[in-house]
Design a protein around this ligand. Structure first.
Ligand code: DAT
Ligand code: MG
Length: 151
């Protein structure tokens, strides 16, 4: 499905370390389409919904502290198998096990500061996109390559 979408968030450490441009560039150069983008200081309410499946984990309180320690840049990218491909591009949850060439493998070394979030399934992506974005914030647009005409 060409219309598959995923939620990618550059976490506070990624913003603070000035990695926003480099991370976005990877998704652009892979060929995915940016359909939503914003920067925000995340509320505890949104974080607790986003990470509801992890609420019983021992690291959950520190995860919420980390995620609210500064603004995040959150994006929706669209394209064929974008969920699975993004997970591969982002790399293993624990940067110590992430391959070089992945975002986490190139830019991080500890699981508590792993720079980026990527949805883990198409269903999870739909849930997360609805949580983070209003439908009017997701834009429909066409590439000029396909629409240019000579006058
Ligand atoms: P992912 O972000 O790769 O989808 P996840 O959904 O299992 O991983 O966990 C969400 C985040 O929680 C993860 O990016 C970093 C943090 N986290 C996961 N496991 C952790 C651990 N063992 N110790 C500390 N933080 C952890
Ligand atoms: Mg996850």
């Amino acid at each position: 499905d060409e219309r598959e979408r995923t939620l990618i968030a550059i976490k506070p450490d990624g913003v603070q370390r000035r990695l926003v441009g480099q991370i976005m560039q990877r998704f652009e150069q892979r060929g995915f389409k940016l359909v939503g983008l914003k920067m925000l200081q995340v509320s505890e309410d949104l974080l607790s919904q986003h990470y509801c499946e992890l609420r019983t984990k021992p690291f959950y309180p520190s995860l919420l502290d980390y995620m609210s320690s500064g603004p995040v840049v959150v994006m929706v990218w669209e394209g064929h198998k974008v969920v699975q491909t993004s997970r591969t591009m982002v790399g293993h949850t624990n940067p110590a096990e992430a391959q070089a060439g992945t975002v986490r493998g190139d830019f991080s070394f500890h699981v508590s500061r792993n720079v980026v979030h990527a949805s883990d399934s198409p269903e999870g992506a739909q849930r997360e996109i609805q949580l983070w974005f209003q439908s009017k914030e997701l834009l429909k647009w066409e590439c000029c390559d396909q629409t240019i005409t000579c006058e």
